[in-house]
Design a binder for this molecule. Structure first.
Ligand SMILES: [Zn+2]
Length: 264
């Protein structure tokens, strides 16, 4: 499959359907793990936004702030000022403004590309290019956490990026109960449709089995993309999380909390 590096085509994305690629993807969760084991008395939820479109601020993090909550934004710096299928993407000044309000800025590669195609050298260059661009836009805080673009991950990626970040997040929808792979954090989509019902089920499940659930969203607007949701749906998610009594923390604080509840 040719590697398409153009930003406009960054999202609609199809992972390789070859048998070898499918088998490799099934093995990855068991490879290059960095497990943390913990026991929580109370659930923890982390809201995260990927890429990210500006509507994630207006209809997303602004609403979280009303609850006294903060989020993590996984930013691909190359998407700055781009208009794509998620709508208008962030502007440079959004990043320090979000940080000033207590949100976390995290890594997501510069060009929002499938990193599994890159050599180790090219991969590190891509990650550093993003960090440098985020700094140039005024990001001051630590850039300690990362999300794989498209959730595309390989054993080499896990191994290489483990040395660069405290956590690496994918897109497998599940709650971390008693254990998390820091090289492959799971995350549930806040996307309209059937996936939202499943995410709601995971949120409900926190009431009977406290764990750490991370959520990820893109555009939040009246006519969302396939990977987005409406403001009403996002509000419903907030209400559901509130009803669980969960601690709501960005990834950097959630990991500190989880590690302070470590059991070995
Ligand atoms: Zn993304």
């Amino acid at each position: 499959m040719p590697l398409d590096l153009t930003l406009k085509n960054a999202h609609p994305y199809e992972p390789s359907k070859s048998l070898v690629a499918k088998i490799a993807r099934r093995l990855v969760p068991f490879q290059e793990r960095r497990d943390v084991r913990f026991k929580l008395d109370k659930p923890v939820v982390s809201f995260t936004f990927d890429d990210f479109p500006r509507s994630a601020i207006e209809n997303g993090s602004d609403l979280l702030e009303k609850q006294g909550w903060n989020a993590t934004f996984y930013v691909a710096a190359g998407l700055r000022d781009v208009f794509n299928h998620h709508g208008q993407q962030f502007a440079a000044e959004d990043l320090p403004a979000l940080e000033a309000r207590g949100h976390e800025i995290a890594g997501h590669s510069f060009g929002h590309i499938d990193l599994t195609y890159l050599s180790q050298t090219a991969l590190i260059a891509e990650i550093n290019r993003n960090k440098k661009a985020l700094r140039a836009m005024g990001v001051n805080g630590p850039i300690d956490n990362f999300a794989y673009p498209f959730g595309a991950v390989s054993a080499l990626l896990k191994k290489t990026l483990a040395g660069q970040f405290k956590t690496l997040r994918g897109i497998t929808p599940a709650t971390h109960v008693n254990k998390a792979d820091l090289n492959g954090l799971k995350s549930a989509p806040v996307f309209s449709g059937a996936k939202l019902d499943h995410t709601m089920t995971l949120i409900e499940g926190l009431k009977s089995q406290p764990g750490w659930l991370t959520l990820f969203a893109h555009d939040i607007r009246d006519t969302p993309s396939e990977w987005g949701c409406t403001p009403e749906e996002f509000t419903a998610i907030i209400e559901a999380v509130k009803n669980t009594g969960a601690l709501v923390l960005p990834i950097q604080s959630a990991i500190q909390h989880v590690e302070s509840n470590r059991v070995d």
